[in-house]
Design a protein around this ligand. Structure first.
Ligand SMILES: [Fe+2]
Length: 221
C-alpha cells in the first residue's frame, strides 16, 4: 500500500520519543542497532498523501499502470508499454530523456544478492540533483526519503505512483533488502541523473524500508 511517513528531523535521539528500530544496513550504517527517528505521522489515503506532498512542492499522482512486465523485458519494451504516459509527461514538462530502472529478485543467480545490495547502496545516501527527479512506478515498490529543514517524509511508492521531486531536494531511496521494483525515470537533460552527494549520513538515522514495512498496519477509519 502506498504509504507516507513523516518524521521530525529535529527530534533528539535518545529523548523520550525515540524508539529503537532494527536497522540492518551494515555497509551504510555506522549507527546500526542504535535509535533511529520515530514515525510521527502516517498516511495511506492517496488524496491525503497528495495534499501533504503538494504543500512541500512534491508532485504525487496515481496513474494506471497495469501492464504485466515479463521477466527479461527490455527497457525499450517497458518504455513502449508506457508510451502514452511518457508522452504525457513530456508534453507537460518537456522532459526529453527517459530510462528504466528495474530490479527483480533472481534467486537462481548466485550473483543476485551482491548485485541487489550494490544497487541498493548506491541510492541509500543523501543526495540531490540539478534536475527534477520524476519516477513512475510500474512494478513493485520502493521508499523515497525527502528531507526538508525540520522534517523528513518517506513515501513508499507502489505500482502506479508518480513522484516528482524538484531539483535540489535532498533525498535518498531505499529499495529494501529484497529489491523488486520497476520505475520509469524522466529527466530534463541527458545527465539529469547525476547525483550530488551531500556527505550527510542522515540516512543512517532513519528506519530502512524493511523496518517501515514491518510497522503494524494503520487502522482504517
Ligand atoms: Fe535521486
Amino acid at each position: 500500500m502506498t504509504t507516507l511517513y513523516r518524521f521530525d528531523e529535529a527530534q533528539r535521539i535518545g529523548g523520550s520519543h525515540a524508539v529503537a528500530v532494527a536497522h540492518t544496513v551494515d555497509a551504510a550504517d555506522p549507527a546500526a542497532g542504535g535509535a533511529v527517528r520515530e514515525v510521527i505521522e502516517r498516511a495511506s489515503e492517496p488524496q491525503q498523501i497528495q495534499t501533504i506532498l503538494a504543500a512541500r512542492g512534491i508532485r504525487f499522482e496515481q496513474w494506471r499502470a497495469d501492464v504485466a512486465l515479463p521477466d527479461g523485458a527490455t527497457n525499450d519494451a517497458i518504455l513502449s508499454a508506457y508510451a502514452a504516459e511518457l508522452a504525457r509527461l513530456r508534453a507537460e514538462a518537456g522532459y526529453p530523456s527517459a530510462d528504466v530502472v528495474r530490479l527483480v529478485p533472481d534467486d537462481a543467480s548466485p550473483a543476485w544478492p551482491a548485485l541487489a545490495a550494490a544497487a541498493r547502496a548506491k541510492f541509500l545516501v543523501e543526495h540531490r540533483h540539478a534536475e527534477d527527479e520524476v519516477r513512475f512506478f510500474v512494478e513493485g515498490s520502493g521508499v523515497f526519503y525527502l528531507r526538508f529543514d525540520d522534517e523528513t517524509l518517506a513515501i513508499r511508492c507502489e505500482r502506479g505512483d508518480l513522484l516528482g521531486v524538484p531539483a535540489g531536494t535532498r533525498h535518498w531511496f531505499d529499495m529494501g533488502s529484497r529489491p523488486h521494483f520497476c520505475a520509469i525515470r524522466v529527466f530534463g537533460s541527458t545527465d539529469g541523473w547525476v547525483a550530488e552527494f551531500t556527505g550527510d549520513e542522515i540516512a543512517t538515522r532513519y528506519p530502512i524500508a524493511d523496518a517501515l514495512a514491518a510497522l503494524p498496519a494503520l487502522e482504517r477509519k
